[in-house]
Design a protein around this ligand. Structure first.
Ligand SMILES: Cc1cc2nc3c(=O)[nH]c(=O)nc-3n(C[C@H](O)[C@H](O)[C@H](O)COP(=O)(O)OP(=O)(O)OC[C@H]3O[C@@H](n4cnc5c(N)ncnc54)[C@H](O)[C@@H]3O)c2cc1C
Ligand code: HEM
Length: 407
């Protein structure tokens, strides 16, 4: 296929891709403070914790480099899945086409400032072309998603009232049932998708966080299930999860995006395997309820890992849903062995999928910490499940998409 990049820029990108790739995290780490100094309003749009731990800079860097590489190398992996994931995330955050100019200006300046004299006018022009090709593709994909969702990107938030609160794991995990304040129907989501909650902080600023819709689509409400992120000796308590636990009684109004996300259950008749750890169970709860309503004959294998039976969120509601379906096999692994764990017939220790019977045509959906998903994916690949039948959701910037086979 012919590259979208002009022949002159192809030459330059080929010659400089290595040095740019080597320095890209340095460049994006320099880029963010530069952009925020110029546009402090954007501090409300970006996740401050991801900024603090540097994950967003890595995700941006990896995506720009992967995009450039596939422009010059026809054998490079397709960028489409990465583009799809970014577009969905951007739409959930209300990112607007005109903001690409701000990011582009600061990213190009950061490249110049980090690489210094190596950035000749030709090099700058070639990377500017790469940036704008990517920006145009993202903006086009996002315009389509906004149109499909019936949303004006200038007003991405809709007010929802907390209609009900349920304790799932006392003190640790709650479910919030949300009803639109305007009384109109809720947008229908595909099971596995998430919304962004744009939380208001006491100092007048806002912070967006994504939460998976933990039930099937319903006409009047949607629900999210939120784990409290506790502080440790080295890390602060999670800003928004604690706010939602401690300061969001029934009746609170929250700003919520349309449902987004490129990982959702397929429409085939194949068996489904839902692999989760901890609060990564939320997409699985939605998928299970959705299948119970639309395709209860589809065989399902549930595989969940948790610290203990008591900390396993949504266990009882998912068991009730499973009981209404034709064929669900459930497997749990708990680190802590106790009476409740034995009553559920749970394995003790970490998940080991080699002991589970897995049909060859299974479609797998995974969600949990990256090391957990790497291990699960490797076991399934070893058992002959094709890579493109294994989909996964990451509860943070995706540092895996470009290279899922990395250790
Ligand atoms: C697609 C998607 C779906 C999701 N679905 C769910 C879901 O269904 N349920 C759910 O509970 N969560 C879900 N999440 C995660 C959720 O969006 C939040 O990331 C989570 O609630 C934590 O947010 P927080 O504001 O409480 O923590 P944050 O304040 O964002 O902190 C996150 C982590 O960063 C650490 N940190 C913050 N600042 C620093 C610092 N200066 N130095 C070192 N470490 C620091 C914190 O200690 C914490 O461990 C999802 C995320 C995504 C991307
Ligand atoms: C070509 C330009 C851009 C690229 C390549 C890009 C790339 C990315 C990537 C890879 C992610 C992480 C997605 C994931 O969750 O896995 C992301 C998230 C995000 N992007 Fe962009 N982006 C671009 C432009 C923009 C613009 C113009 C804005 C708006 C100012 C923006 C705001 C955000 C925000 C707020 C997030 C979420 C950050 C977080 O949760 O930590 N991006 N982008």
């Amino acid at each position: 296929m012919q590259s979208l990049l002009s022949p002159a820029s192809q030459e330059v990108v080929r010659a400089t891709a290595g040095v740019v790739a080597e320095n890209m995290v340095k460049i994006t780490s320099h880029f963010y403070p530069r952009m925020f100094a110029d546009r402090p309003d954007l501090l409300n749009v970006f996740n401050r914790a991801d900024q603090a731990v540097g994950e967003q800079a890595q995700a941006l860097a990896a995506s720009v480099v992967a995009y450039a590489v596939q422009l010059i190398d026809p054998d490079a992996p397709s960028f489409e899945p990465v583009l799809d994931r970014i577009a969905h995330k951007h739409v959930s955050l209300g990112i607007r086409a005109e903001q690409y100019t701000i990011v582009g200006r600061h990213l190009m300046a950061a490249i110049g400032e980090v690489l210094g004299d190596a950035v000749t006018p030709e090099v700058a022009a070639a990377w500017d072309e790469v940036y704008w090709l990517l920006a145009m593709q993202l903006a086009a994909a996002e315009a389509r998603l906004y149109a499909l969702g019936g949303v004006d990107p200038a007003q991405p938030w809709r007010d929802y009232r907390v209609a009900e609160r349920r304790d799932e794991v006392p003190g640790e995990v709650i479910t919030l049932v949300l009803a639109p304040v305007d009384g109109q129907p809720v947008p229908q989501h595909r099971a596995g998708q998430y919304v962004t909650i744009n939380a208001a902080l006491s100092d007048g600023s806002t912070q967006p966080r994504q939460y998976t819709l933990s039930g099937a689509a319903r006409p009047d409400t949607m629900q999210v299930t939120i784990r409290r992120v506790r502080g440790t000796a080295d890390t602060p308590a999670g800003m928004i999860s604690n706010l939602l636990h401690d300061d969001t009684p029934v009746g609170t109004i929250l700003q919520v995006s349309i449902p987004c996300g490129d990982v959702y259950v397929d429409d085939s008749d194949s068996p489904v395997m839902l692999v989760s750890a901890g609060v990564g169970v939320t997409p699985m709860a939605a998928i299970l309820e959705d299948l119970a309503q639309r395709a209860p004959h589809r065989p399902v294998i549930l595989a969940h890992a948790d610290r203990s039976a008591a900390s396993h969120p949504l266990h009882d509601s998912m068991s009730a849903t499973a009981a209404s379906m034709d064929s669900v096999a459930a497997h749990c692994w708990y680190e802590q062995a106790d009476e409740s764990a034995s009553a559920r017939g749970a394995h003790t220790g970490f998940m080991d999928l080699s002991v589970v019977e897995v049909p060859a045509d299974v479609r797998v959906y995974m969600c949990g910490p990256l090391p957990f998903m790497r291990e699960a994916r490797r076991t399934l690949l070893d058992r002959g499940i094709p890579a493109d039948h294994i989909r996964y959701e990451v509860f943070g910037p995706d540092l895996w998409a470009q290279n899922p086979d990395a250790a």
